[in-house]
Each structure stands twice: as C-alpha cells, then as structure tokens.
Design a protein around this ligand. Sequence first.
Ligand code: PGA
Length: 251
Amino acid sequence: MIVAANWKMNPAFDHAADLATAFASQSFAQIKRILFAPHPYIVPISIRLNGTTLEIGGQDCHFADHGAFTGDVSALMLRECGASSVLLGHSERRDAHGETSDMIAHKTTAALAQNLDVMLCVGETKAERDDKMAEQVVIDQLQASIPDHAPPSRLMIAYEPVWAIGTGVVASSDEIASMHGVIASFLTDRYGANHVPSIVYGGSVNADNAASLFSIPSVGGALVGGASLDADTFSAICAAAQDAYRLRADL
Ligand code: PGA
C-alpha cells in the first residue's frame, strides 16, 4: 500500500516544514509514504526527513538533464536534491501546461534513467465519462505515457478521475473498482500477472472515505491532495491504509 501526499503549490514554507516533521515523526510499517513537495522545498525538507521512512518526490520534471529550459527542473536535479520519486502526468499539468501523453512518456524515461520511481497519473474528465469514453481515455493515456522499456517495479499508477480532484466528489466504489480492473488488465498484458505496478486512487480522498476506499481490493493506496495539508488527516488516511493492508494479509 502506498499513500502519497500531493501538496501542489501549497503550503507556505513554515507550515510545510511543520507538516513534514509531523508526517516523519510517525511510521507505518507496511505503508510506503511519499511526499510530493514543491521543488524549492525538496532540499530543506529532505534534510529533515533523513533517517525517517517518509520519502520525498518532485511534482514534475523535464525530459532533459540540463539545458536552456527556463523555469524547468530535471529528474537529475530532483535526484541530486534528495528526491526518490516524481509525480508525472497529473491532470493539472496535462490541462494547465498542455502536457501530452507523449511528453509524459519522455519525462518518465528521463526520471527512470535517474533511478527515480514514477507515479504516473491517468484519468478521464466528466465529459469523457458522460460520453462513455472513460475506459478508452485511460487506456490511451497508459499506452502513450508509459515508455516501452519502463520497468514495472519502478512505476506506480494513480487513477485520478479529473472530476473528483479537489471537488469533494469521490468516484463510487463501483467506478473505482471497474477502472482499477481495466488498468490492472492493461498492466497484466504488458508485464505479466506477477509484475503489475501498484494502482492507487486519487480524487477527494479524506479521513472519512479512506477506509471504504481501501476496502476495494484493487486499490493499492491513495494520492491525496487537499487532505494532505493537515497532519492529523494525513495520518488517519495512512492508518486506514495500514488497517486495510493487515486485513488483506490476514495479519
Ligand atoms: P484532492 O487532489 O485530494 O485535493 O482531490 C488529489 C490530486 O490532485 O492528486
């Protein structure tokens, strides 16, 4: 189980440092926790996380290691600054920055070359769901965003229906289970049943809905936006993931 915090362009630095310290003071033995922090925070926060189980990652990277790309940050830079992973293809970047799946595949290649793990986001808009195109959209995104050579052990897939992000509307259990099934079957075809990357859900996950989300067997964790800006809430989501893991493993 993976629980990842996506802080987006939040919060102010003092708050960020306090939150990271609070996250890091806890440990959830069976849960991988990743904090996707704004780029300027990666160095100061990774220093605070030294020796803890909380991993830190970037929220995007460029496909080149260096060059004349004003404002961009490379996977190499992220790794050298302490990141162990990167979030790629988030719908806010696909939408506001015009990122195509082809660009995301290049970024994924660059990140993997720098030994970063990649959490790759896919998800349909409301209009695409209403048009009954959701599955095809997600399959097309997977097909075009995952480079052929990407090792499954370094990939995590985040299914984030765009209409559920930041809206307080969570996809229903049936919608999540069905789309996770579609993604799992795509990944099984590509990698074989024993090498399917973790598939997490994102979109308005909070402390109240986490347990029911994690009761869906194909949900391998959560990508948490707004609710990751509160230490107690994020901790409650991690605890729900740990409970679900133990239940599944019959521990
Ligand atoms: P949200 O964001 O939890 O605030 O809906 C999730 C995300 O965008 O990753």
